[in-house]
Design a protein around this ligand. Structure first.
Ligand code: FAD
Length: 441
């Protein structure tokens, strides 16, 4: 399908659908996005709550390809590492990578609005209040709740974790689908600026209160507030279910998040008024059927613990655009390559994201984990081409997620051996680092 006079429909004007539309419009396609909700740019549509996301290399690379990297970075706050808060309120900083490497806190709503406006500036037509309910794969026809039906030459489902296109695919023969909810959910809480109008915490860090089975995190916003997220079991002795009264909330935060409590003035109200949301992983195959394809969360919903869901979705768009350049048109060869590249990568980042919950809520507080980071940092300094820590591969590099995952497993097996050596805390600086790297072969 050549771009000349070709019509593409995209379901969903979220982060991924909006960015995809810009890539396609720039290639000459006539693009219409159908979005279930109203226009979030209209006053008050976001409900006044700031929600932020960590944007890293893969996302920035895709934004750069459409000329938006600098513009987006203007409203980002760099986070070069994690700030760990222990039970007593002591702080320790763990850099994410090398000097100069950082992830970015960005407003979800702000970024989405910018992408939608840029899409419109490139001629994309966004039709709000259009909820897709059914799809015909061969004619790329979407059927909407309001009775309309629209056909195109090709249709993308960028309609998120509960995609209508994917639901339609699920009803077809030989469609593989797996979904898994984790036992924890999450609740967002607001940490406003202090009375002096300052950030309550150091803004240049992603703050974590790791508590074993659960954790609180905080990311900075440009208005000097932080958005905090409590990841917490739904049921059990320590759980959302077990916290029933304002007094319970107060006591729980006093005992577990003592240093955060003074900065959460609305905690007792927000805890009961803000929604408790669930966390799902979705894997499926194929991603392409007839003249339709899945992209972003619709294809691979992830738990948020690697901060990669949006980044992975933006990388889907980047890869699709590269394939368009290679194949010249949306054709079977392009679509086959898109699936061959992105399905294994989607599955790999889904696994990594699940694993990272354990790392964030538990391991970051473990001295052996901190030591592993030190040893890996040294290995990377000495052999930068050969030993790249997993977090760096995922967050600061272009390694395919599937390759990073495979190499990360090998590295972890080696590190497990290294850390099992007697008195490793005392002797690590004298290790034979070349021999350790040699074990990768
Ligand atoms: P969505 O953002 O879900 O957008 C889908 C759009 O489709 C929506 O606008 C929706 O209204 C619309 N839609 C849905 N159904 C229909 C329909 N039937 N018809 C028409 N339109 C429809 N990712 C990161 O990279 N970094 C992070 O730090 C990070 N933090 C996160 C924290 C939390 C708590 C969560 C839950 C996720 C986080 N993510 C993060 C993941 C990120 O939010 C998602 O990966 C990203 O939003 C996916 O974008 P999308 O456009 O594919 O889907």
């Amino acid at each position: 399908m050549d771009s000349q006079n070709q019509k593409v429909s995209i379901l969903g004007a979220g982060l991924v659908g909006s960015l995809l539309s810009i890539f396609l419009a720039k290639k000459g396609y006539s693009v219409t996005i159908f979005e279930r909700r109203g226009d979030m740019r209209k006053a008050g549509a976001l409900g006044g709550r700031s929600i932020n996301l960590a944007l890293s290399r893969r996302g920035l690379k895709a934004l750069e390809a459409v000329g938006l990297k600098e513009k987006v970075q203007e409203s980002c706050i760099p986070m070069p590492g994690r700030m760990i808060h222990d039970l007593e309120g002591n702080l320790s900083f763990q850099p994410y990578g090398k000097e100069g490497q950082f992830i970015n806190s960005v407003s979800r709503g702000g970024l989405n609005e910018l992408l939608m406006s840029e899409a419109e500036a490139h001629g994309v037509d966004i039709r709000f209040d259009h909820k897709c309910e059914e799809v015909d794969f061969d004619t790329a026809t979407a059927y909407f709740e309001n009775g309309e039906k629209v056909s195109a030459d090709f249709l993308f489902g960028a309609d998120g974790a509960f995609s209508a296109l994917r639901s339609a695919m699920q009803k077809t023969d030989r469609f593989n689908y797996a979904q898994e909810y984790i036992s924890a959910g999450y609740k967002e809480l607001t940490m406003p600026p202090t009375a002096n109008g300052d950030f309550a915490l150091d803004p240049n860090a992603l703050h974590i209160w790791p508590r074993g089975e659960y954790m609180l995190i905080a990311l900075p916003n440009l208005d000097k507030s932080f958005t905090c997220t409590l990841f917490f079991p739904f049921e059990g002795k320590i759980s959302f279910e077990a916290i029933k009264t304002e007094e319970d909330v107060q006591q729980f935060f006093e005992s577990k998040f003592k240093d955060a409590l003074p900065f959460l003035p609305e905690l007792k109200t927000e805890f009961f008024e803000n929604p408790t949301s669930s966390l799902i992983t979705v894997r499926c195959k194929p991603w392409v059927k007839g003249n339709t394809a899945l992209i972003g969360d619709a294809a691979h919903a992830l738990v948020p613990f690697y901060g990669q869901g949006m980044n992975a979705g933006f990388e889907d768009c980047f890869v699709f655009n590269e394939l368009l350049e290679k194949h010249g048109a949306i054709n079977p060869a392009l679509l086959a390559e898109y699936e061959a590249l992105r399905i294994p990568d989607g599955n790999a980042i889904a696994d990594l994201a699940l694993y990272n919950f354990i790392e964030m809520r538990d391991k970051v507080a473990d001295p052996m984990f901190v030591l592993q980071k030190k040893i890996e940092k040294r290995l990377n300094e000495l052999f930068p081409e050969k030993w790249i820590p997993l977090y760096t591969m995922v967050t600061f590099s272009d390694f395919r997620y599937s390759e990073a995952h495979a190499l990360g497993k090998k590295q972890q097996a080696i590190m497990d051996q290294v850390l099992a050596q007697p008195n490793i805390e005392e002797v690590w600086e004298g290790l034979d680092f070349e021999e350790i790297v040699g074990r990768l072969k």
